[in-house]
Design a protein around this ligand. Structure first.
Ligand code: ITT
Length: 192
């Protein structure tokens, strides 16, 4: 089976992508290639950050690889936290504090529209290609569910009565930002 390195330090992302590509690709982790560094992520767009991650691995380790950068874009907050989703609650940030801050910022606001956007940067045979996946939904007023990671307990995709944290890995992959971006990546790789 063909191999690709996924340039992420997030074990949940790795699990989702392995599941979505099962039987088609072997997804190697950074650990699998003995990359133990923290890959810099210093840009101000998802596209540039995804690209930074894939270039880092390709240039230092020479593997065909991809990076994913994802943001939660909330309409009433002018698209925030967006590219700053991981660091939204400031120093000492974590998923719980980030969700607390989001819920606090949205207190009393009726427009709950938001979307997750993922950009994947693939580098294959030295060439870079970007793929985007988006899912529209709404921000709940309180957490629901225990699956997933990040903002999943407070995000309900349009057309569903469950938050992402109330879905199985497969269900989330079918409709999520990352699932959609990965599907585009797989379709592209089939043409090669
Ligand atoms: P890598 O950069 O190592 O891939 P990361 O967790 O820092 O991992 P991102 O910068 O892409 O990844 O993600 C920013 C944050 O957005 C992440 O920390 C989560 O809080 C949130 N996030 C990303 N994907 C998510 C998802 O599928 N569901 C819920 N929250 C998500």
């Amino acid at each position: 089976m063909r191999e690709l390195v996924f340039a992420t330090n997030n074990p949940h992302k790795l699990m989702e992508v392995r599941k979505a590509t099962e039987g088609q690709f072997t997804i190697l982790s950074l650990e699998d290639i003995n990359c133990n560094e923290d890959i810099p992520e210093t840009a101000e767009t998802l596209e540039e950050n995804a690209s930074q991650k894939s270039h880092y691995v390709f240039e230092k380790y020479g593997y065909n690889c991809f990076g994913d950068d994802t943001g939660l874009e909330v309409e009433a907050l002018g698209g925030k936290p967006g590219v700053y989703s991981a660091r939204y609650s400031g120093p000492g940030h974590n998923h719980e504090k980030n969700m607390d801050k989001l819920l606090t910022e949205l207190t009393g606001i009726t427009n709950r529209k938001g979307r997750f956007r993922t950009v994947i940067s693939l580098i294959i045979d030295g060439k870079e290609i970007l793929f985007e996946g988006i899912v529209d939904g709404k921000i709940l007023t309180e957490r629901q569910g225990r699956e997933g990671f990040g903002y999943d307990p407070v995000f309900m995709p349009d057309g569903y009565n469950l938050s992402f944290a109330q879905m199985s890995l497969d269900e989330k992959n079918q409709i999520s930002h990352r699932g959609r971006a990965v599907q585009k990546l797989l379709n592209f790789l089939k043409t090669m």
